[in-house]
Write a protein that binds this ligand. Structure first.
Ligand SMILES: NC(=O)c1ccc[n+]([C@@H]2O[C@H](COP(=O)([O-])OP(=O)(O)OC[C@H]3O[C@@H](n4cnc5c(N)ncnc54)[C@H](O)[C@@H]3O)[C@@H](O)[C@H]2O)c1
Length: 327
């Protein structure tokens, strides 16, 4: 069975970001023509440097909130990988207006422009935050609760629009509910940095990481290569049953924040043994966070042929190595 997309003209929105830039790299390596649309609001030019001069790569600097930019980006495109969004639960609580404008307004503009340009398939980044307050573990795609943040609302609304567009206009859609993705090129800086790159950078500088809450909350941390694999599978799948669906994208393994901290300390300690004595400090729990998150990945395994390669520890080893050499 075909597992990688090749020889197609594709668009990656948000391609200057963490996930988008890794996806572009793999799509170029597999022989696709790749257009990237990004406004560099959270993405970086540096993330594009390895392929910026590749003749099969074309950057459009523009904004998904601008319909003209969306139209320009989807011209002659067969498959869209829509990654552009304002991530982060705390960001959306501080500024729900911007998160909504980009994550819903921009999403619908991209989706409509894609449909108008006869794009065949629209694969988009959904989110595990959509499970909200639903208590069941592991999370299965059909059972979601009430969203706990504006970010979670935006990502769920996107799923509703995508499903509606598939029914109304016949465009093929696939939503990928990413669970706490980590790996190379993830931004360690800023108020809304994700926990893994942020802690690694702090440990490297002998700073003391702050854990929000008592460290018992858990996440299904997912290595970037597993996310790339699913995007390719979603692009090549022919089975009609697999289309117009949402899928959990995770490893199916739960790690508490305390466990994560000590894994990271051990791994970074291989490069500098002084790190091994650093202990975290604890602060108040964050509003809007899901307490526990663990995915069932059966649906992606069964319908897309997903088989995650690196587990959380193996992925963390790769990520820490990368951060050590690149930060
Ligand atoms: N990283 C995770 O753990 C995770 C988990 C669940 C879902 N997601 C989703 O995956 C996608 C990618 O996340 P990421 O971690 O790579 O984030 P990121 O911030 O690194 O990348 C997002 C990219 O989108 C671009 N962008 C933002 N607003 C834009 C706009 N108005 N017009 C054009 N480009 C715009 C940014 O400049 C950036 O390059 C997002 O949709 C995010 O919500 C990520």
């Amino acid at each position: 069975m075909e597992r990688m997309l090749s020889d197609r003209r594709v668009l990656v929105t948000g391609g200057a970001g963490f996930i988008g830039s890794n996806l572009i790299e793999s799509l170029l390596d597999a022989g696709n023509q790749v257009v990237c649309l990004d406004n560099f609001s959270t993405g970086k030019r540096e993330n594009l440097k390895d392929f910026a001069n590749n003749p099969h790569f074309n950057l459009i600097e523009g904004d998904i909130r601008n319909y003209g930019d969306c139209e320009k980006a989807v011209k002659n495109i067969e498959i869209v990988f829509h990654q552009a969004a304002l991530g982060s639960v705390p960001r959306s609580i501080k500024d729900p207006v911007s998160s909504t404008d980009v994550n819903i307004g921009g999403f619908v503009k991209m989706l409509f422009a894609a449909k108008e340009a006869n794009v065949k398939r629209f694969i988009y980044a959904a989110s595990s935050s959509t499970y909200g307050d639903h208590p069941d573990l592991p999370k299965v795609e059909e059972n979601i609760g009430s969203p706990l943040s504006p970010y979670a609302i935006t990502k769920y609304v996107d799923e509703l629009f995508a499903s509606n567009f598939a029914k109304t206009y016949g465009i093929e859609v696939i939503g990928l509910r990413y669970f706490n993705v980590f790996g190379r090129r993830q931004d360690p800086d800023g108020a809304y940095a994700a926990v893994i790159p942020k802690f690694v950078k702090m440990l490297m500088k002998h700073e003391v990481p702050l854990i929000n809450g008592d460290g018992a909350i858990s996440r299904d941390f997912t290595y970037i290569d597993n996310v790339i694999q699913v995007n390719h599978l979603a692009a090549v799948i022919h089975n009609n049953k697999a289309l117009n669906q949402v899928y959990n994208v995770a490893h199916g393994e739960r790690t508490t924040l305390n466990e994560l901290f000590y894994f990271l300390r051990e791994l970074a300690g291989k490069f500098d043994k002084n790190i091994l004595t650093i202990e975290p400090v604890y602060g108040p729990a964050r509003v809007g966070d899901i307490p526990h998150s663990l995915a069932s990945i059966e649906k992606a395994k069964n319908l897309l042929g997903y088989s995650p390669e690196l587990n959380v520890k193996e992925g963390l080893e790769e990520a820490v190595k990368w951060f050590w050499n690149n930060l």
